[in-house]
Design a protein. Structure first.
Length: 163
């Protein structure tokens, strides 16, 4: 049975597609790509169908990741098929919890940076949209820092299902 992860930010053109791309690469490196499905969405739908922000694509590709993406809005009905919903900041976390139809669905939602053992009190990945390329590079650094912890957690879940 496939384990499903969805990264969620505001418009699904900056942070969540970046997290999706990085985590997909980590899954491939770990040999888990056939066991884990990863995608992303936004809490809002105003960018639906758009490619990722060109700055997101540029930073991803400069660091060896895929920038291929089409934005979409998170749908309540997806909770039933998802195992883990990863919010990129506290605002997304709250919005997703309000959408969750059950307590079990709300329990699937986590903040990405909660998987970074070196993180302090601020678990948000700042929104780089209104800034320059430096903000996108910082976003990538924060996503990459949380990815090993997230990978370990997902690997444990996948291996637990196989046992």
């Amino acid at each position: 049975m496939t384990y499903r992860v969805c990264f969620v930010c505001t418009g699904n053109i900056c942070r969540s597609p970046m997290a999706e791309s990085v985590f997909r690469a980590r899954l491939e490196e770990a040999g888990l790509e056939g066991l884990v499905e990863v995608d992303s969405a936004g809490t809002g739908g105003w960018h639906e169908g758009d490619a990722a922000d060109p700055r997101t694509v540029s930073v991803l590709e400069a660091n060896g990741y895929s920038g291929d993406h089409a934005a979409r809005q998170f749908q309540v009905s997806w909770f039933s098929r998802l195992d883990l919903v990863i919010a990129l900041d506290e605002g997304h976390l709250k919005a997703l919890r309000r959408l969750a139809p059950t307590a079990a669905d709300a329990g699937k939602i986590r903040l990405l940076r909660s998987y970074d053992p070196a993180v302090g009190d601020d678990l948000d990945v700042p929104d780089p949209y209104y800034g320059d390329r430096d903000g996108f590079e910082e976003c990538l650094e924060l996503v990459e820092a949380a990815s090993p912890g997230l990978l370990a957690a997902v690997r444990a879940e996948v291996e637990g299902r196989a046992a």
